[in-house]
Design a protein around this ligand. Structure first.
Ligand SMILES: CC(C)(COP(=O)(O)OP(=O)(O)OC[C@H]1O[C@@H](n2cnc3c(N)ncnc32)[C@H](O)[C@@H]1OP(=O)(O)O)[C@@H](O)C(=O)NCCC(=O)NCCS
Length: 146
């Protein structure tokens, strides 16, 4: 089941972050997003939150800030479902373009973004921390008018 994110989900989101990210978001980061009014959705399976997405929507554009699926539930279509939902919600708010950044090495996420029609429009050198240095971000965008 896909539903709106709420504050009670944070503990499960943090657990997913810690299992999937080199630099996981903290509770404070989730709380700041919540207080700022960012939008989010989760997918529940067997009454557990197994995936989430958080986005900002401004006049004309949206930004995917975070997307994660629990390792035990990856490759079952949940990431695609969350991202498609965020795109549809943005379309409903007359957003014309959606942006995101992704680590250059994150081949699975890049494959998902390309599958849903995102194209690379730029890169940011040394944008992300890694265990032994920095890694570039690739910037992707999807034109929602086509
Ligand atoms: C990226 C992520 C969200 C994908 O979620 P998911 O639920 O596993 O993805 P889906 O099952 O919806 O897959 C959709 C498509 O993405 C691509 N994909 C997903 N996982 C992949 C993998 N391990 N290898 C190659 N392609 C992959 C495929 O194109 C796939 O389509 P297909 O199954 O028809 O071939 C998930 O791997 C994840 O949480 N990764 C860690 C956190 C992360 O990197 N978040 C993105 C930050 S920018």
């Amino acid at each position: 089941m896909l539903r709106n994110l709420n504050e009670l989900d944070f503990a499960q989101l943090i657990a997913i972050e810690q299992l999937t990210q080199n630099a996981p978001w903290s509770r404070e980061t989730f709380e700041r997003c919540w207080q700022a009014g960012y939008q989010g959705w989760v997918i529940e399976f067997d009454q557990n939150v197994v995936g989430f997405i958080i986005v900002t929507m401004h006049v004309g554009e949206s930004h995917i800030l975070n997307l994660g699926v629990h390792p035990n539930y990856q490759r079952k279509g949940f990431g695609r479902k969350l991202l498609s939902h965020a795109i549809n919600m943005a379309r409903g708010k007359e957003v014309v373009i959606t942006y995101l950044e992704v680590r250059r090495s994150n081949k699975s996420a890049i494959a998902l973004y390309q599958q849903l029609g995102f194209v690379q429009i730029g890169e940011r050198k040394d944008y992300y921390p890694t265990q032994n240095g920095r890694e570039d971000a690739l910037v992707f965008a999807k034109d929602l008018q086509v």
